[in-house]
Design a protein around this ligand. Structure first.
Ligand code: PEP
Ligand code: MG
Length: 325
């Protein structure tokens, strides 16, 4: 697939009507980094740090982590890497942490909730990230932020870590951006102040969709009932785009749907300008974006919504059939 899209690898994902979408890749291990050059991705929009914790049988040490993050940044050769702090709990259980017996782990003690209640590991991770960056730009985001206060508290941990490094006389990152993942509908309705204070927001569509529709992402039986191109979901996404526009908050989307061409196109039509996906999806997504008029797709989506369609999938597919014969 990589060779099939080689001719557009170094070309921008620019639509026929002149909108450029930034395509980034998702990663989680050192081994993913070579794809950065091969895929044509402009950076790593989501680096899932928990994978490196999951493949070990004991808690990694701070120096090990700092070395690892430093190597990730080296391999990215100056392109941005968005490090997401540990997202454990729910489907991702560390073998060396006491298992929690929870009736609904996806709604339970996971991700930033663990990081804030038991901040030891989060602090160690933030320190490792700061040390890895040393003089280079650093971008960090917190998973599963459901309310403004959780972001404030997590950001305070980062501020404390920076202050500690300063006292120790260690070099700080040349630039530090701290963002939040929007994975619960509640954050879409957070106060204006949240949108003003956060450096950027990344929509975690996998989780957001499961909570929006109350349909377990792991349960095939219910998961497939609800289409990402469902009008309610797209309207919610459009609302987040508009809120971010009003506060000029950079926004991206990093769930699996960003890597599905039709879904990516509709997300772009709703106003998303940064999409992060599996490296192999960059070519197919870029290819479709480059031969489509985004404003026309936007109009098709709005018409479908006015008609009362449940999903815009058929309307957009039909439009593409006639527009790109
Ligand atoms: C998401 O929820 O969309 C996401 C990117 O995070 P993960 O799939 O790791 O939960
Ligand atoms: Mg998630």
């Amino acid at each position: 697939a990589q060779t099939r899209y080689a001719s557009i690898r170094d070309k921008p994902a620019e639509t026929l009507d002149g909108t450029t979408i930034q395509l980034m890749m998702n990663a989680g291990l050192m081994a993913d980094l070579p794809s950065l050059a091969g895929s044509g991705a402009e950076g790593v929009g989501l680096f899932r740090t928990e994978l490196q914790f999951l493949i070990r049988n004991q808690m990694p040490r701070r120096t090990e982590l700092a070395e690892l993050y430093s190597r990730v940044m080296d391999s990215a050769k100056g392109k941005r890497v968005v490090f997401r702090t540990l997202d454990i709990g729910s489907d991702k259980v560390l073998p060396y942490m006491a298992p929690q017996d929870e009736p609904n782990p996806a709604l339970g003690w996971r991700a930033i909730r663990v990081g804030l209640d038991k901040p030891g590991v989060l602090r160690m991770q933030l320190q490792a990230l700061l040390r890895a960056a040393a003089g280079r730009p650093l971008t960090v985001m917190f998973p599963f932020i459901a309310q403004y206060e959780e972001f404030t508290a997590a950001k305070a941990e980062m501020d404390k870590a920076v202050a500690r490094e300063k006292i120790l006389g260690h070099p700080l990152p040349s630039e530090l951006r701290v963002g939040a993942m929007l994975e619960t509908p509640s954050l879409g309705f957070a106060p204006q102040k949240f949108f003003e204070e956060v450096d950027f927001i990344s929509i975690g569509g996998n989780d957001l969709k499961q909570f929006f529709f109350a349909a377990d992402r792991e349960n095939e039986r219910v998961r497939r009932r609800y289409d990402t191109l469902n009008v309610s979901f797209l309207t919610f996404i459009e609302g987040i785009v508009n809120r971010c526009r009003s506060t000029q908050t950079p926004l991206s989307f990093c769930g699996e749907d960003a890597g599905r061409p039709l879904e990516a196109l509709c997300l772009a039509a709703m106003g998303l300008r940064v999409l992060s996906m599996r490296p192999a999806s960059i070519g197919p997504v870029k290819s479709l974006l480059r031969r489509t008029n985004l404003e026309e797709v936007r109009a098709i989506i709005h018409e479908a919504r006015e008609r009362g369609d449940q999903s815009v999938r058929n309307a957009v597919k039909e439009y593409l059939r006639t527009a790109n014969p």
